[in-house]
Each structure stands twice: as structure tokens, then as C-alpha cells.
Design a protein around this ligand. Structure first.
Ligand code: PAN
Ligand code: ZN
Length: 191
């Protein structure tokens, strides 16, 4: 007889995003994102002084297979590289026909999305925002506040992550601080 996967639950702490038990924890520092921020000189200067922690992802241990749902929390710390707020790398899903949902838990952020055809979308996320990332949209999150920006995400087990396209092309828009406020500007280095 085929042995079925057993039901289970994890416990999520809304205040700090920790989810237990978790399987994989991803830690991204500035050195993991060399060249992704517009100001390369500032990036290299910051790296000489240390290697700031930008974000962490706690992922619950679920098989990366079709039919499964992977769920995780992302914690983006507050800070900037030059005028550009701390952000995730951003990606298309490998299987681009897969969607994703994000639920804001703490702090304030932006969800930036774009398609291969050059369509762009941006929305603000606060606690309680349930954002829907449709199939075929690349997505990146940005912390625009002074505290950690924390959100919960769910996506299909066979989605996979394609970082290469964003690493090569960048996002069409950047989220930068101007006069103390977040604004969207065109990325001069896009494509
Ligand atoms: C999220 C992201 C997470 C980190 O779980 O993977 O926020 O961002 P990067 O993967 O772009 O570094 C998600 O969208 N999963 O599909
Ligand atoms: Zn995703």
C-alpha cells in the first residue's frame, strides 16, 4: 500500500515571523546580492565595513513536488544601500504558470511585479494585506519602513525559482527613498 504523507501543523509567531518546525532557512547578505543594487560603489563600500544581513526565509519542510503547497515566512530587515531600500533578489518561478500568495504580518513593504513583456505592477503591503501574484509575474519585496517587514507566503510545490533572468535584466523599477518617502523610479540599468 502506498504510504500517504501525514497531516501536520507548524506554529507561526506573527511578531517575528519565526515558524517552527522549519526545514530550510535561507539567509541573504549584501555579498549575495552584489550588483543588484543600483549604486555599486556604495555596495562595495558597505562590504568593506562588514556584510549586512538583508533578509531571512524560514521554509516549512514540504516536498517540492506537484500537488504540494510550500509555505514560508520572509523577514526583510530595515535598511538601505544608498537610497535603495533592502529588498529580496526577486525571481520568476521556474514553472512560470504557478501563482503565489503573500500575507503581510509586520512592518511595511512594497511588492514589485513585472512580466517578460514589460508590464509592471507595485503595491504596498501592511499587516493583513493578502497579495496575489498571478502566474507569469516576477516578484520582489522591499522593506520601506523602519522595522522588519515580515510576510507569509504559499506557492505550489513544483514552482521552483529562476533567479537568473532578474540577475541579468534587473527590475524595470527601483524603490528608493526621496525626502524620507519611498518612491518608484525607472531603473536606468534595466535590460
Ligand atoms: C518567497 C521568496 C522569499 C525570498 O518565498 O522566495 O521572499 O525572496 P527571493 O527568493 O527572491 O530571494 C517566494 O516568492 N517564493 O516563491
Ligand atoms: Zn515566488
Amino acid at each position: 500500500m502506498m504510504s500517504l504523507m501525514q497531516p501536520f501543523a507548524a506554529q507561526l509567531q506573527f511578531q517575528n515571523g519565526l515558524i517552527e518546525p522549519y526545514g530550510e532557512k535561507t539567509v541573504r547578505r549584501l555579498s549575495d546580492m552584489r550588483g543588484m543594487y543600483l549604486d555599486i560603489a556604495v555596495t562595495e563600500e558597505l562590504l568593506k565595513q562588514g556584510d549586512p544581513l538583508l533578509y531571512e526565509v524560514y521554509e516549512v519542510d514540504v516536498p517540492h513536488e506537484q500537488g504540494q503547497l510550500i509555505y514560508c515566512t520572509s523577514i526583510i530587515y530595515p535598511g538601505k544601500v544608498g537610497d535603495e531600500y533592502y529588498m529580496t533578489k526577486g525571481h520568476f518561478h521556474n514553472k512560470e504558470s504557478t501563482a503565489e500568495m503573500y500575507l503581510g504580518l509586520q512592518g511595511r513593504g512594497y511588492l514589485l511585479l513585472q512580466t517578460h513583456e514589460g508590464q509592471v505592477s507595485a503595491m504596498e503591503m501592511v499587516p493583513g494585506t493578502v497579495a496575489y501574484i498571478p502566474p507569469f509575474w516576477a516578484h520582489r519585496t522591499i522593506n520601506i519602513g523602519g522595522e522588519p517587514f515580515i510576510f507569509f507566503g504559499v506557492y505550489p510545490g513544483d514552482a521552483g525559482h529562476n533567479y537568473g533572468t532578474i540577475e541579468e535584466e534587473g527590475f524595470a523599477k527601483l524603490v528608493v527613498e526621496k525626502n524620507g518617502k519611498p518612491v518608484l523610479i525607472d531603473n536606468p540599468r534595466y535590460r
